[in-house]
Ligand binder design. Structure first.
Ligand code: CP
Ligand code: NVA
Length: 336
């Protein structure tokens, strides 16, 4: 793009909302209803005009520590940061926990001297919370055992592209009350959307997350329902979503979970209970033949690769809101 058309594209960008009441994305709860809407709004602009943002993170450096494997999250952050003119550094942390060699607090006080943002994929949510508490630069949750906020933002962005108004649709989540389910609950609650979650007894969502989602839902009009019967959950739904029965870190439970969750497989037969226009969603990676059949994964109503693409646009919006418009906070002198 020549300089003239780049400046014309920039001039055409609508006002960028100030989304975050705090400077981290540790939990969807950090965004709240206005923050979630701001991310989706900016992601839509950035997806339609990527060239206008090609210098948005110029001079900014981001470090990514991942304690668990990743395809989508790693590559969409790396590609997204590069497309905004920033630089990223990836640290493979899969061989030892982040705090095995030194405390998270000491790591935070190192990183804030060199970088402008930290992206973390960890086992415990407390690792991310601790980093955010001690680092003076933004911290983004790229998945923990408790939450996967960027995933759910991309999922609701994908639903908005398909259906427009999110207040009038129902998402049926069938399976484990895990990190993805938690973030979907919180995001649906922020958006005033309806979500039904069907899970086997003993595998429901975390009580605190559910309580927070229900509190948010009271202010937005969202409808959140938990149940055990997958057919009841899916009945007339606009979208059917599932995720792994055994998440990363639960591999040793795969056999037992495979038996418990078998009635929750998303098959063509289960999809037939949803609305005729219903779409299928999965955060990926999928375990074909377990939580979902090949026929559903590969059917024309499957949005799985749209979801994967939209991770890129949504995370670019998150990075822009956290990094591009604000100035870097000074490093605290007292290491509290
Ligand atoms: N959906 C998702 O987070 O994929 P990865 O584990 O490959 O990053
Ligand atoms: N619940 C899954 C999501 C993977 C993106 C896990 O944590 O392994």
């Amino acid at each position: 793009m020549n300089p003239q058309s780049a400046s014309a594209a920039r001039a055409a960008i609508p006002a960028i909302p100030q989304a975050f009441s705090r400077r981290d994305l540790v939990s969807t709860r950090d965004l709240g209803p206005s923050g979630v809407r701001a991310v989706l709004h900016l992601a839509r602009i950035m997806k339609s005009r990527p060239a206008a943002f090609s210098r948005a993170l110029a001079g900014k450096q981001t470090v990514m520590f991942f304690e668990k494997p990743s395809l989508r999250t790693r590559l969409t952050f790396e590609s997204g940061i590069a497309s905004l003119g920033g630089t990223s550094f990836f640290v493979d942390q899969t061989q030892a926990r982040l705090d095995a060699r030194e405390t998270v607090r000491d790591i935070a006080h190192n990183l804030e001297r060199w970088f402008d943002a930290i992206v973390l994929r960890t086992f415990t949510q407390t690792t991310i919370e601790s980093m955010a508490e001690h680092a003076s630069i933004p911290v983004i949750n790229a998945l923990s055992d408790l939450e996967h906020p960027c995933q759910a933002l991309a999922d609701y962005f994908t639903l908005a592209e398909r259906f427009g108004e999110l207040r009038s649709i129902t998402l049926a989540y069938v399976g484990d009350g895990n990190n993805v389910a938690h973030s979907l609950l919180l995001t649906a609650a922020c958006l005033g959307s309806s979500l039904r979650l069907a899970h086997p007894p003993g595998y429901g969502p975390d009580r605190e997350i559910l309580g927070d989602a229900e509190e948010l839902a009271q202010s937005t009009g969202a409808k959140l329902e938990l149940m055990s019967d997958p057919r009841t959950a899916v009945c007339g739904a606009d979208a059917v979503y599932t995720d792994a029965w055994a998440s990363m870190g639960q591999e040793q439970e795969s056999g037992e979970r495979g038996q418990i969750f078998a009635p929750y497989q998303v098959s063509a037969e289960l999809m037939a209970h949803a609305a005729p226009h219903a779409v299928f969603m999965h955060c990926l990676p999928a375990h074909r033949g377990c939580e979902v059949t090949d026929a559903v994964m590969d059917c024309e109503r499957s949005l799985i690769f749209e979801q994967a693409e939209n991770r890129l646009h949504v995370q670019k919006a998150v990075l822009h809101l956290l990094l591009a418009s604000g100035t870097r906070l000074p490093v605290r002198s007292a290491h509290a």
